[in-house]
Design a protein around this ligand. Sequence first.
Ligand code: CUA
Length: 155
Amino acid sequence: MDRIEKGVMATSIALLLVFFGAIVVAATSYGVDVPTCVTDRKPFVEGQAPLKMSDQPLRYEVHTVARMWMFDPPEITVPRGAEVDLYLSSADVVHGFYVEGTNVNLMAVPGAVTYQRVKFNREGTYRILCHEYCGTAHHLMAGSIVVSSSMQEQQ
Ligand code: CUA
């Protein structure tokens, strides 16, 4: 094998190890969740407002359905510091689900459920945008996550 070829291979392997290491460090030290497709949940076509999990004070579960051309529920309100388990499905075609200002970037696939956990440390309104072309009104497909300061606004 050529010397340069060996060098390129060694560099490639070293880079792969660095990238893999970065994913492991992000997941273990920084709590960065890699989006996943979950198989233990049945796909759903009805959205659900944030459900408070009783075992942990600031843990919420949200079921969001993407459909032409809206997200159901269109607005999700959680208190500051909330850790949200987002479950996403689609009622018709493939949509995207990107939450501005976070690393949430999921695909809404009909007949499947995708999942990502996200923590909201800052108050404000985070727009949800569809990033997968899904028809004539794709550019209007948006929703929002409102992170409020007080717990009183939560039911
Ligand atoms: Cu839904 Cu684009």
